[in-house]
Design a protein around this ligand. Structure first.
Ligand code: NAD
Length: 478
């Protein structure tokens, strides 16, 4: 079956085909069609026409909510198939992929419910004969560009509110992991979204992503991905003054006080950074520990990290899968080597696994680094891999300062039994999300996004819908 979907038809592209690689063993899962410049043009034209003159324009918020509800039901129906595709594509464990599908279903249900509750408002003018109305309207044609670490989840955070608000869209998933994005578009079609409203084009950033960001008929770019790509997208969007919502990287602190529940803190310290092999934008890669607890905590995380079972995400009992690609593995090896040469101590990991069964895949052992300094690359840059660095603090102010000593500002965690201290840290951290005695959870109703160089938008919650809306003021003199 062809893999591009343009104007209501599945089609091959003029860019040939590209293999989708299973990171577990570097085998080819399947080949997918690639878009050429003409396909991008056709997709934008279809989205433009569907927005300007198709039946989509006259759908009510209630009808759009009902469509989103149907997509949620289809996600439930296809859960196992989608989870398997996500694992084959990304390498993450099947358990994680199943959680992703459940989370995505909740996001569609949330926006299904919110779609017809968002009614704008009436403003008091002080003049009895005047009605001043604030109306929420769709932005128009949206380019939705997504990364490879949570392909289905990141796309859903965009598609659900964009549909709820009445936009049309061209989806450009990561060239590394396109499979579940294709499946989601099939579900949009099955749920009854009209031709031209949702389109998907596949291919790499320069060939397919960049033309979308420069296109005069695209009104908005919603992007999740790396900092340098986000900066390029904002620059490209400046010419046509497109709206941009960019969700970028993180260098997230996880601050542990000595009075913490030790077992809880260790459990979450491990989850924070080694989930999905650290390929999580909110990974708590910087463990910042109160001095008096430091040695005990490090000994325990090292002991546990050494025991983490790597393997095929499809197999039972596997805790962590491979990195997504050979290129990403090389990047992680380079980070550890540069930290080593700058004087960091590798307490565990720091190498590929010995197991011959994992030789063909892109595996890297969970790694803990101590003796790190603030100027090291591994501390300043997002590694996006299974690398935990450990630093010490002695006062609350020092912990907050260390937590904020990054250009990014996506998320942070704090572990303590003292809620006064916890709230002080939460208000001191310049990060879009702060977890207290927890790490990584989210709910569809709570906004997600970053401060600083972690981004300029918010996804999820009512603000996640507002990102896809224009605000119009209608003044009626009756
Ligand atoms: P990336 O920036 O390399 O690619 C992301 C997407 O942009 C891909 O689809 C790619 O093809 C496309 N792209 C590349 N160049 C482009 C261009 N010039 N114009 C338009 N599109 C272009 O990112 P990645 O390696 O796929 O993902 C990892 C990054 O994503 C990490 O930095 C991670 O922190 C970030 N991320 C952030 C969040 C968040 O919510 N803030 C969530 C997940 C991932």
């Amino acid at each position: 079956m062809p893999s591009l979907y343009i104007d209501g038809s599945w089609t091959t592209g003029s860019g040939g085909t590209a293999p989708v690689i299973n990171p577990f063993d570097a085998s080819v899962v399947t080949d997918v069609d690639q878009a050429g410049p003409d396909d991008v043009e056709r997709a934008v034209a279809a989205a433009r026409a569907a927005f300007d003159s198709g039946p989509w324009r006259s759908t009510s918020t209630g009808e759009r909510g009902a469509i989103l509800g149907r997509i949620a039901e289809l996600l439930v129906r296809d859960k196992e198939e989608i989870a398997r595709l996500e694992t084959l594509d990304t390498g993450k464990t099947l358990a994680e992929s199943r959680i992703d599908v459940d989370d995505v279903t909740s996001v569609f249900r949330y926006y299904a419910g919110l779609a017809d509750k968002d009614a704008g408002r009436i403003v008091d003018t002080g003049q009895p004969t005047v009605v001043s109305r604030i109306v929420h309207e769709p932005v128009g044609v949206c380019a939705l560009i997504t990364p490879w670490n949570y392909p289905l989840l990141q796309l859903s955070w965009k598609v659900a509110p964009a549909v709820a608000a009445g936009n049309t869209m061209v989806i450009k998933p990561s060239e590394v992991t396109p499979l579940t994005s294709i499946h989601l578009v099939k579900l949009c079609e099955e749920a009854g979204i009209p031709a031209g409203v949702v389109n998907i084009v596949l291919g790499d950033g320069p060939t397919v992503g960049a033309p979308l960001t420069e296109h005069t008929d695209v009104d908005m770019v919603s992007f999740t991905g790396g900092l340098t790509t986000g900066q390029a997208i904002i620059r490209a969007s400046a010419e046509t003054v497109k709206r941009t919502a960019v969700e970028l990287g993180g260098k997230n602190p996880n601050i542990i006080f000595a009075d913490t529940d030790f077992e809880l803190a260790v459990d979450y310290a491990m989850l924070a950074v080694f989930l999905h092999s650290g390929q999580v934008c909110s990974a708590g890669a910087r463990l910042i520990v109160e001095d008096s607890l430091h040695d005990r905590l490090v000994d325990e995380v090292v002991r546990r990290a050494d025991r983490i079972r790597l393997g095929n995400g499809l197999d039972d009992g596997v805790e962590v899968g491979p990195l997504v690609s050979a290129a990403h593995l090389a990047k992680i090896e380079n980070f550890v080597e540069s930290a080593r040469s700058e004087g960091a101590t590798v307490r565990c990991g720091g190498r590929r696994p010995d197991d011959p069964a994992l030789r063909d895949g892109y595996f890297y052992r969970p790694t803990v680094l101590t003796g790190v300094t603030r100027d090291m690359r591994v501390i300043r840059e997002e590694t996006f891999g299974p690398i935990m660095t450990v630093e010490r603090f002695t006062t609350v102010d020092e912990a907050i300062a260390l937590g904020n000593d990054t250009d990014y500002g996506l998320a942070g965690g704090v572990f303590t039994r003292d809620m006064t201290v916890a709230q002080r840290v939460a208000s001191g951290l310049r990060h879009g999300t702060v977890w207290i005695n927890d790490f990584h959870p989210y709910v569809p109703g709570a906004e997600w996004g970053g401060m600083g160089r972690s981004g300029n938008g918010r996804e999820l919650g009512p603000t996640g819908l507002a990102e896809y809306q224009e605000i119009k003021h209608v003044w009626t003199n009756t």
